[in-house]
Design a protein around this ligand. Sequence first.
Ligand SMILES: Cc1cc2nc3c(=O)[nH]c(=O)nc-3n(C[C@H](O)[C@H](O)[C@H](O)COP(=O)(O)OP(=O)(O)OC[C@H]3O[C@@H](n4cnc5c(N)ncnc54)[C@H](O)[C@@H]3O)c2cc1C
Length: 298
Amino acid sequence: MINADVLIIGAGPAGLQAAIHAARKKVSVVLVGKPENSALAGAHIENYLGVPGKADGSEILRIGTGQAEGFGCRMLKENVTSAARKDGGFEIVTETDEAVRAKAVILATGISRVKLGVPGEKELFGRGVSYCAACDGNFYKGKVVAIIGGETEAAASAELMTAYASKVYWVAKDIAASENMVRKASAAGAELVRAAAKAIKGDDRVNSLELDNGTVLELDGVFIELGAKSSADLAMDLDVMPEMDDTIKVDASCFTGIEGVYACGDVTGKPWQMAKAVGQGAVAGTAAAEWVRANVGK
Ligand SMILES: Cc1cc2nc3c(=O)[nH]c(=O)nc-3n(C[C@H](O)[C@H](O)[C@H](O)COP(=O)(O)OP(=O)(O)OC[C@H]3O[C@@H](n4cnc5c(N)ncnc54)[C@H](O)[C@@H]3O)c2cc1C
């Protein structure tokens, strides 16, 4: 059994920053999670303050992990399989049956983007397949792209991409986006194609998108914008009820409303961006450590 003042679940930018801020408040901190499973691991970042160019997300995670450990955080690179409230605190169990007991918990478990499930999607991820126009749009300046998805989020991405790409196809069989957003995307020049994606094709990089009506669109990039599911399942075990969209609601100090439980990063909702994850991580780490010091004692 490992004991900690603050337990953090999730080893992405939110969890790592929370670990740094909590550890610097001189409480004992354990972080459970695998940095390689963070959304950042497959990403290139060019919109984070002070980090110019196309920064490698895996490298940011490697450095961040070292920083957190350097300030005294103990890392367990495992998944949490169960969580519970116990004896006025919290207890989690990992996939190797390691138990961690803590006075406060920070949920930094991120989201997983909804997949399209067509051939080529996985193989060409990061080589023309993206799940985030707001993140990767700039890499497609002057190129031809398709946005896939019928919701407002996809329409907004289609509109956004008209500011970067030379041609934007918005591919959706059924449209559930708001009328206003549909109008905006069309007015901006996105061409609505009423079909479903059948396969994403390319060798080294994406070069075309095959549709279920037989059409093949020649293009450079495909943005799959079908929304995301948060990894908030553990929250309910700690008595935190996720919102209808599966996100965890927090206040300005990242407090969930359940004593001793905080949340930060993508799991709290949009924007799904590193800057917000890091900002909330700092807030949650500080708040959890201060709560332990003030209410439970060290
Ligand atoms: C392709 C791509 C490109 C992107 N580009 C940009 C960009 O240019 N700019 C930008 O700002 N953002 C970008 N993002 C978004 C950015 O990566 C995320 O906003 C950020 O990583 C969110 O941080 P997080 O810590 O909240 O979640 P994550 O980084 O996803 O980390 C979540 C962590 O929780 C862990 N976890 C989940 N469940 C459990 C469990 N049961 N037990 C233990 N651990 C668990 C995961 O393993 C992971 O370690 C991009 C994302 C993607 C996918």
